[in-house]
Design a protein around this ligand. Structure first.
Ligand SMILES: [Zn+2]
Length: 271
């Protein structure tokens, strides 16, 4: 009888402890790479609903380049945080892109804020949100635009430059809906956090937009026919800028004529 009681107690302990373990360490979330499940799509939408006001507030204050992962997680519950981490932990190769890991960047290096960029879209003036560049990329951009204005009487504006990796993580999740919630498709257009040249101040990418608001996002040919783009192809190299993703780059990223990288280092990439 005593042995029987010991046996029952042991079973109870085993059941209790395994329950504790699964409560304390929930299973990591497995994301479906070619199209999220209906359950995960619903969770992504809820996550964005919670994060959008937070991101908009940071954007208004000009604090987005310094957004950290801790801050991004701050409005989330534990299930939402696990979902966020599942996206954070994706690796480029598993989603079909062959770009190097640059490290998780949190805006710790000095950045120059670019304010007051005004363009004209369909006749209406529009001011671009503040952008942030490394000092070297900022100088090179200004010199390049002086030369472009002198040569063709036009200039390009900075639509997007430095982004912290937490901001990149948010953007990746945000743009999933444009690509039928396929992680593999989204990764052709938006780099995973830690892989973006927009998060690497030593090899900083700038996305350009012209004075009429043409950025090629909806139709790439609208940007590649611009005289500004033709000028970049001939001259940007003199100022240290490189077209990162030309046609058939062979790295699994779509052709991006607006995306140019300025490298302040000749060290081989990356961490
Ligand atoms: Zn870009």
């Amino acid at each position: 009888m005593k042995n029987f009681r010991v046996l029952i107690a042991s079973f109870a302990l085993i059941i209790f402890c395994s329950g504790c373990a699964s409560f304390k360490t929930p299973q990591p979330i497995d994301l479906e790479l070619d199209g999220l499940s209906a359950e995960h799509i619903a969770q992504v939408r809820d996550l964005l609903k919670k994060l959008e006001p937070y991101i908009a507030k940071k954007d208004r204050k000009g604090e987005l380049p310094y957004l950290t992962l801790d801050e991004l997680e701050s409005p989330l519950n534990s299930r939402e945080t696990r979902l966020l981490h599942a996206f954070r932990d994706l690796r480029a190769r598993e989603v079909g892109t062959r770009i190097p890991y640059r490290g998780f960047s949190e805006g710790k290096t000095p950045l120059i804020r670019l304010d007051g960029q005004k363009i004209r879209v369909n006749g209406l003036e529009k001011e671009l949100p503040p952008q942030f560049l490394s000092p070297a990329a900022y100088e090179a951009y200004q010199s390049m635009m002086t030369a472009m204005s002198r040569d063709i009487g036009k200039k390009l504006y900075v639509e997007s430059a430095y982004r912290s990796s937490a901001h990149q993580l948010y953007l990746f999740i945000f743009y999933l809906s444009n690509h039928s919630y396929s992680i593999r498709e989204t990764a052709k257009w938006v780099a995973l956090p830690g892989y973006s040249e927009h998060g690497d101040p030593r090899r900083l990418a700038i996305d350009f937009i012209n004075a009429e608001g043409i950025n090629g996002e909806k139709d790439v040919t609208t940007f590649e026919v611009l005289p500004e783009y033709q000028w970049l192809l001939k001259n940007a190299g003199q100022f240290g800028f490189v077209l990162s993703y030309p046609k058939n780059a062979g790295v699994g990223i779509t052709y991006e004529p607006w995306h140019w990288r300025y490298a302040i280092t000749s060290e081989p990439c990356c961490v």
